[in-house]
Design a protein around this ligand. Sequence first.
Ligand code: ZN
Length: 187
Amino acid sequence: MIQFSPLRTYVSAGHNNADPGAVANGHKEADITKIIRDSIVDYSEDKNIVVDKDWETNKQYQTRIKPASGSVVFDIHLNAAVSNTTRGVECYVNKKDFESKNSNSYKMANEVNEFLSQTLGIKNRGVKPENNSQHSRIGILNLGSGISVLVEVDFITGIGAVESIVSFKDVIGKGLANILKKYDDLV
Ligand SMILES: [Zn+2]
């Protein structure tokens, strides 16, 4: 059977069972990113949507998936800061996509930021290039997908951030599923 993998949408919850990511206020980043990912899947009409498995490492997931120019890759994270009042959403795209504000990755990142900042009532911290993160290059943004965006939904260290994500999870899942569909339908 031919798998039309190149045209698919790939949604991953950053981190996994063995790597919880940031831990704060009694919450693990990996648990919250899974809630968001699962809500996107619940509201997605795309029956072929590809998601990471909770036991998979990022590397295993990245090796398994085969995105191409018609694909959308979306990786979900939460930020961490020293101050518990730091809040806000930001998205990362790869260096090449960042150079053009007309790239679909840049445009989708902008929409994700606007949607989440409005939904959660938090600051829109903007679209950033991958080398602005703690890494010089982010693997999942460089798998050959036509559109690749990594979102830091809010700061797990921020007071009320996780509670807000959990209570708005349906709105978040539905809104993000719509944005992913719009960009997946471009090619
Ligand atoms: Zn993370």
